[in-house]
Design a protein around this ligand. Structure first.
Ligand code: SF4
Ligand code: SF4
Length: 509
């Protein structure tokens, strides 16, 4: 099945022996000029790339003081070395977080520190060369910006931020990544990562409405561009058609329907994902975010709710108000923005949603904390809400839930292996190997409790697991959306009773 060695899942996790250079060949396709230029980057590697790169590094260290602090403060304690899923899965020492940071740090030291300028060898400083640039391109695209290493670093050094800076420097010299930059271009041109135009989106939503009515006997609506709706739902475009994502979208619609909340999707902001963050580009992140503000204003909504997408929630929770605010035109009684899990859980607590849990009894479930939700955002009004709220929803609509080992969930969760702009087939080996620690933890609950399904609230995690689960002997369909469970178990109060199931007289929402 694979033309590379798939890691073996063991009885218990081990720290692997180092194998130098084992992933040096792993590099994603480079973006062509047609993908670079619409984002404001040079079309190809500049002749004077070295000067531009050093200048950009200086600019970023001045602009983001955290970056300079991270580059200055590592004491080489080693606490982070075995914390990265890519190191554990690939055994390549350059995938140890401290070694990844050093790829940038050695150049920073050479050009921006006194010791590095005059005694480079003494302080591990190095010139910026083509070989270094190649290493940057390879290994900064072997970091999913998951922040796990930062949890264990006594100084809180965030390798994700260093990776973002490195990618921003590479874009500035004309060496961007095809997958991310092509997708950002599609969002600007069409509105979503998939390049799904408005008529196709409308058709898709109409098809979903028909399917749900056939299935439940209720006219649950999946509206597009409806002015005056209370809620604008911004969700990853994968939710519009791919399994298991679309089952989550069906669940959101049923929640809004049952709660009597009017809502709409937008053809302008038909994408929650914001790959501007993955490439470290504030300007592209801002441009992507502005579509949401414009759509909210044009549609006259009162609230903005985000669907299941990890990094989209990170951008929304942490940066949306700065990037595209102020949102003073929205209803101040609700958080701006709000996560669909916050909304659903609030309705459950108010007694507005009822479930028949037995409808999920064919599954024994565990929950994968997506790294961007777990370590780069929150939910609700209490610390740790991002861990509690999804689990409360699962337990409200399922009878059988088991957590994976404590050192692999919550703040210590392992990345799925496909985050940070790495969900591309040209990085399949990295994705499969990087998924190993999560697969190891899954194996534990499969063996101990007979777990059959893995729940996620991130489009990237869902897509990544659908591809990588089979490499480890699991069924690709065992990954499910959280709102798919909600959808399965929710009792629609206007559903026809069993004896008049064929009567299609359901009420409009
Ligand atoms: S941020 Fe995540 S992927 Fe990147 S080095 Fe740290 S643990 Fe590894
Ligand atoms: S844990 Fe922090 S200080 Fe220690 S080696 Fe890693 S990055 Fe450096």
């Amino acid at each position: 099945m694979a033309d590379f060695e798939v890691p073996v899942l063991r009885e218990y996790p081990i720290i692997p022996k180092l194998k130098e250079g084992t992933m040096a060949h792993s590099s994603p396709y480079v973006a062509k000029a047609v993908m670079q230029e619409p984002l404001g980057f040079p079309g190809e590697l500049l002749d004077n790339w070295k000067e531009v790169a050093i200048e950009k590094m200086g600019e970023l260290c001045g602009k983001y003081r955290s970056l300079q602090v991270y580059l200055d403060s590592c004491v080489k304690c080693g606490a982070c070395t075995d914390k990265c899923h890519y190191y554990l899965g690939t055994t390549d020492p350059k995938n140890m977080p401290v070694a990844r940071q050093d790829l940038l740090r050695k150049v920073y030291r050479r050009y921006f520190t006194f010791a590095g300028k005059y005694f480079p060898k003494l302080v591990g400083a190095a010139d910026l060369t083509e070989e270094v640039l190649d290493d940057w391109y390879s290994y900064f695209h072997q970091c999913s910006q998951c922040r796990r290493c930062s949890v264990f670093c006594p100084y809180g050094i965030d390798t994700a931020e260093i990776s973002m800076a490195a990618r921003e420097i590479m874009d500035a010299v004309g060496k961007g990544q095809k997958y991310c930059n092509e997708i950002i271009g599609k969002v600007f041109k069409i509105g979503n990562n998939l390049g799904l135009p408005e008529p196709a989106l409308r058709d898709t939503l109409e098809g979903i409405e028909e399917d749900v009515e056939d299935d439940t006997g209720v006219k649950v609506r999946y509206p597009l561009d409806e002015k005056g709706a209370e809620v604008l739902l911004v969700t990853p475009s994968a939710d519009f058609f791919a399994e298991p994502h679309v089952d989550g979208l069906i669940g959101y619609g049923k929640v809004f329907h049952e709660a009597g909340i009017s809502w709409t999707l937008s053809s302008k902001a038909s994408e929650a994902a914001n790959f501007g963050m993955f490439i470290g580009s504030y300007e592209n992140m801002r441009r992507v975010s502005m579509r949401i503000r414009e759509a909210a204003l044009e549609l006259g909504v009162k609230r903005i709710v985000f669907g299941e997408c990890g990094h989209a929630w990170r951008v929304a929770y942490s940066f949306l108000n700065t990037l595209a605010g102020p949102f003073d035109f929205l209803d101040p009684r609700y958080p701006v923005p709000q996560h669909i899990c916050e909304l659903t859980n609030g309705l459950i607590k108010e007694g507005k949603l009822k479930f028949d849990k037995s409808l999920n009894d064919d599954m024994k479930l565990t929950f994968h904390d997506s790294c961007n939700v777990a370590r780069a955002s929150r939910m609700g009004d209490k610390p740790g809400g991002q861990f509690v709220i999804p689990r409360e929803i699962i337990k409200a609509c399922c009878n059988h839930f088991y957590d994976m080992p404590a050192d692999t969930i919550h703040e210590s969760t392992y990345c799925c292996g496909g985050g940070g702009g790495l969900l591309t087939d040209d990085l399949m080996e990295l994705r499969v190997k990087g998924a190993m620690p999560r697969m190891q933890a899954l194996k534990t609950v499969v063996e101990e409790h007979g777990v059959t399904n893995l729940v996620a609230i991130c489009a990237i995690c869902k897509s990544q697991f659908a591809k990588t689960l089979p490499y480890y002997g699991f069924d690709m369909n065992s990954i499910v959306s959280l709102h798919q469970l909600v959808s399965n178990a929710i009792i629609l109060s206007d559903a026809p009773k069993d004896d008049d199931e064929n009567d299609d007289d359901g009420d409009d929402a």
